[in-house]
Design a protein around this ligand. Structure first.
Ligand code: SF4
Length: 282
């Protein structure tokens, strides 16, 4: 059997058969080139944030009331379909919230580490106050559809992975759906939501061999669902963004963008140091 010698990262020589070599190179290639949809979303916020996170820096979120509310609302939004099954949607929502107030800390054990009981109780009562506003807007048509929750999608061909909140089946069609807990635009959806849905649409098409023509954004705080038509120029945009993120994964440090959300960014100090060093060299 023919043997090949490859240098490992630690400069040790290793012996491989031809098959092993091909598999090794293939896996290494996939590991280094797979881009998560969430990486693209971070890139849209700030390319530099994407750079720092790829270097292993983490943005740790303090489990304050605001953050807990968002997690809880997202989890509650996954139960809107169940709440609609009873005669009274509002009491259905209240029951779901009651159940979640006990189960939620178990589901989000990691995210809620360090969160006090008082903050959890306050978040539950804030979300409860929104139920009256959410309830009348919930669409039976949308929430009664068959769906798979958080399917893990991966395409080696496109070097993309991701997991939409739901994958909805409508007759012969599949449509990704994402849940948003933040602000809702007056009309349509936010640009970043459109990009995210398009990336999932590309993944669904590749895995299920079906054309995806639409997706949905669920603005959980208002119980409102907006449909998004998947457009050609957005598909192009997603592939371009994937390539830019890949460049960052390969070590490229992007410029500090003019409109970056630095005020609330945890990387401010790191970013200043990098900028100063870069300006010294160039
Ligand atoms: S400090 Fe500003 S430029 Fe730097 S990573 Fe954060 S948001 Fe981006």
């Amino acid at each position: 059997m023919e043997l090949y010698y490859l240098k490992s990262f630690s400069c040790m020589s290793l012996k491989f058969s031809q098959d092993q070599k091909a598999r090794f190179l293939n896996e290494r290639c996939n590991v280094s080139t797979m881009i998560r949809v969430s990486d693209i979303m971070v890139y849209l916020k700030c390319p530099r944030m994407c750079y720092f996170m790829n270097k292993g820096n983490e943005l740790v979120k303090e489990p304050g009331v605001d953050y807990i509310q968002r997690l809880l609302l997202k989890e509650l939004a996954l139960t809107y379909g169940s709440a609609l099954k009873g005669e009274d949607t509002l009491s259905g929502l209240n029951k779901e919230l009651e159940r979640l107030s006990y189960e939620f800390p178990v589901i989000y054990r990691l995210e809620l580490a360090g969160a006090g009981d008082a903050a959890l109780a306050e978040a539950v009562s804030c979300v409860r106050a929104w139920l009256g506003e959410i309830s009348p807007h919930l669409s039976i048509e949308h929430y009664s559809r068959t769906c798979e929750f958080e399917p893990a999608l991966r395409s080696d061909k496109f070097g993309l992975t991701g997991s939409p909140d739901k994958l909805i089946k409508i007759a012969d069609e599949l449509a990704p759906s994402i849940i948003k807990t933040g602000a809702m635009p007056e009309n349509g959806v936010w640009k970043s939501d459109r990009v995210q849905l398009t990336a999932y649409a590309i993944l669904v098409e590749e895995i299920y061999n079906k054309v995806v023509t639409r997706g949905f954004v669920e603005y959980a705080r208002w119980g409102t669902v907006r449909e998004v038509i998947i457009k050609r120029h957005e598909r192009r945009n997603v592939l371009q963004l994937r390539d830019r993120v890949r460049k960052i994964h390969d070590g490229f440090m992007p410029e500090k963008p003019g409109e970056a959300p630095c005020l609330h960014c945890g990387f401010t100090e790191l970013c200043e140091v990098k900028s100063t060093l870069a300006s010294r060299f160039f």
